[in-house]
Design a protein around this ligand. Structure first.
Ligand SMILES: CC(C)(COP(=O)(O)OP(=O)(O)OC[C@H]1O[C@@H](n2cnc3c(N)ncnc32)[C@H](O)[C@@H]1OP(=O)(O)O)[C@@H](O)C(=O)NCCC(=O)NCCS
Length: 182
């Protein structure tokens, strides 16, 4: 399935996305708020898992391409959070990860808006959440620009990170269908 916005396409993963996605996942700046960068094998395995999510649920994180030149710019979409270790699960999250060359052009929020519209208007979801490490202010800025709101009582410690890991404290933002500004 392909979602279109004015400048972008959210599209199924193809073989030609693998190399630029691996480069993005190996970039320490892109992965600054994640525990570590990824090897090419780990990046390719992530794409396999994303394709599996699509196959199982009919939606998931997509490859994002710029319409004007077909450049691969990153990954954006909505996906199920089913792991009960997350205190807000089960839920549907919206997420984003772009190559550095494409930051600060409004692409993350534009792509996320297309994914949210699909989630609310086509899939009929009542609520979509987003979460990130406390120091990841760029990601929280995207959440705010989408109209998502944080309630500090939803703050949580990431269940998959070690107890002393500095990225463990996380914030959760929520958006209800009725509050989504199309
Ligand atoms: C987070 C990320 C996707 C933002 O992408 P982007 O395309 O630059 O974001 P946008 O241009 O759509 O910006 C949306 C809003 O966030 C703001 N913003 C973006 N980057 C920012 C930054 N570094 N500092 C402060 N504000 C920032 C924009 O000004 C904009 O606000 P506005 O709507 O009030 O003007 C990008 O920085 C990234 O891929 N980071 C690495 C991966 C990552 O951390 N992903 C999130 C994991 S939870």
């Amino acid at each position: 399935m392909i979602l279109a916005s004015s400048r972008l396409l959210l599209a199924p993963w193809t073989e030609r996305d693998l190399a630029p996605f691996a480069a993005l996942n190996a970039d320490p700046d892109v992965m600054r708020y994640f525990p570590k960068t990824m090897t090419e094998e780990e990046s390719n395995a992530l794409v396999d898992r994303l394709r599996g999510m699509w196959a199982d649920h009919g939606y998931g994180f997509s490859a994002v391409r710029r319409r004007e030149d077909d450049a691969f710019i990153g990954m954006v979409g909505i996906q199920k959070v089913l792991n009960p270790a997350y205190p807000f699960a089960p839920a549907v999250e919206v997420g984003w990860r772009l190559a550095k060359a494409f930051w600060r052009h409004g692409y993350a929020s534009e792509a996320a808006r297309a994914a949210l519209a699909h989630g609310f208007d086509v899939l009929g979801l009542d609520e979509i959440v987003a979460f990130t490490a406390v120091p990841n202010l760029p990601s929280q800025a995207v959440m705010k620009s989408l109209g998502m709101t944080r309630n500090p009582t939803d703050d949580f410690l990431h269940p998959l990170l070690a107890e002393d890991h500095p990225l463990r404290p996380h914030v959760l933002y929520r958006l209800k269908r009725d509050d989504f500004q199309r």
